[in-house]
Design a protein around this ligand. Structure first.
Ligand SMILES: NC(=O)c1ccc[n+]([C@@H]2O[C@H](COP(=O)([O-])OP(=O)(O)OC[C@H]3O[C@@H](n4cnc5c(N)ncnc54)[C@H](O)[C@@H]3O)[C@@H](O)[C@H]2O)c1
Length: 361
């Protein structure tokens, strides 16, 4: 069987997770090149990991290597242009989160997909854990009853030093604060599990970090199925926690963790004084214990490439969180509720979470 030729663009902090994920599929792929604008860094990482070709230019790499798949893992503001460049060179793309900073950018990527017949999948490894997938199945089959109430909290802690890297606290380069940089994983998982969201009312604040963007956001969200939830994203929480809670008609399901989860991080509770052995049995039917990881997501992406089909976390499955975040910022900045579908190309929040489109002088 032909092995897919993979290249990575970006040799920073997250590159190790991508190299390990690729290595775990060595029977299906070969890592042919790494690109970074920092020549010393790219040569060092290539040397340490026996990657045969180091480049400082993406165009040159695409021209010479003709990869089937490119992992784009550079700073977020470069994702859209690099993803489109790779699509146009004939490659599929596996791009780190956040894929882009606006619906305008997302829709440009979608147009490039349509032109090239290739696809871009966003890295959202949290969707690939066995417990999350199991819960999705139980929700979709109605085994737990209707979802009624939910909580999605990303309560993390980032110091002023963390924001010392100038790009981190800005709309232009980071697209926002913890909402888009930290909470995006949990919110993506939460929204996927809960079904279509319908309306959001949000507040953002910059309470304790000297940055342009928010260091905390809170939102009330109503879903199409009627469920009501709260969503909090914080960079200010000394006891860090990622927490999701779903109250269904028949049970509460909770996940308490920090950066990743296994089955042990999840628990189910039945209503007091109710004996529902069927509900418990359905939850306990979960036997495999898989952590959501880059490796798991890459496996399914390679399956999609084999089948020539749109990968799971792309298209409408990737647009949902970008639209949600844009609407969260719009609600916070206007003080008004925002409905899903409200953001059209006439709206400044279609272009930027800052809500102000800056025209170059
Ligand atoms: N999925 C996750 O859990 C996870 C975790 C951490 C980071 N990330 C995401 O991964 C991305 C990268 O994060 P990081 O922490 O590795 O960043 P980083 O700043 O450590 O590294 C980025 C690298 O990209 C290089 N670079 C910048 N512009 C480039 C260009 N045009 N062409 C080639 N190389 C270029 C830089 O020189 C640097 O080496 C970000 O989007 C971040 O949000 C995801």
């Amino acid at each position: 069987m032909k092995k897919y030729r993979i290249a990575i663009v970006g040799a920073g902090g997250i590159v190790g997770a991508h190299i390990a994920a690729i290595a775990s599929h060595a029977d299906r792929v070969e890592l042919v090149a790494l690109v970074d604008i920092d020549q010393n860094r790219v040569e060092q990482i290539c040397h340490e990991n026996r990657i045969p070709n180091a480049y400082t230019s993406v165009s040159e790499m695409l021209e010479r290597e003709r990869p089937d798949l490119v992992h784009v893992i550079t700073p977020s503001a470069t994702h859209t242009s690099l993803s489109i460049q790779c699509l146009k060179a004939g490659a599929w793309v596996f791009c780190e989160k956040p894929l882009c900073g606006s619906l305008a950018e997302f829709d440009a990527i979608t147009r490039a997909e349509a032109e090239t017949g290739r696809y871009v999948s966003t890295v959202f490894q949290w969707r690939f854990g066995s417990a999350g997938k199991h819960l999705k199945k139980l929700i979709d089959t109605g085994a737990l009853g209707k979802p009624l109430v939910g909580v999605c909290n990303t309560l993390w802690y980032r110091t002023q030093d963390y924001y010392g890297l100038a790009w981190r606290g800005t709309y232009q380069d980071a697209f926002g604060g913890p909402t888009v940089t930290l909470g995006i994983h949990l919110m993506d998982l939460f929204l996927w599990l809960m079904g279509d969201w319908e309306e959001i009312r949000a507040m953002t604040g910059t309470l304790d970090r000297d940055i342009e963007v928010e260091d905390v956001s809170m939102a009330l969200v109503r879903f199409a199925n009627g469920a009501m939830t709260t969503v909090t994203n914080s960079a200010l929480s000394p006891r860090q926690e990622s927490y999701m809670r779903f109250d269904f008609q028949k049970a509460s399901v909770e996940c308490t963790t920090l950066y990743r989860y296994n089955n042990e991080h999840w628990k189910i509770s039945l209503p007091p004084h109710v004996d529902e052995p069927d509900t418990l049995a359905q939850w306990e039917a979960l036997t495999e214990d898989v952590q959501g990881s880059h490796e798991q997501q890459l496996r399914e992406l390679l399956d999609s490439m084999d089948a020539g089909q749109r990968p799971f976390v792309s298209g409408s499955e990737a647009r949902r969180i970008i639209e949600f975040i844009s609407c969260l910022y719009k609600s916070a900045k206007t003080g008004l509720p925002v409905k899903r579908g409200d953001l059209t190309a006439e709206d400044p929040f279609y272009f930027t979470n800052k809500g102000i489109v800056e025209v170059p002088a």
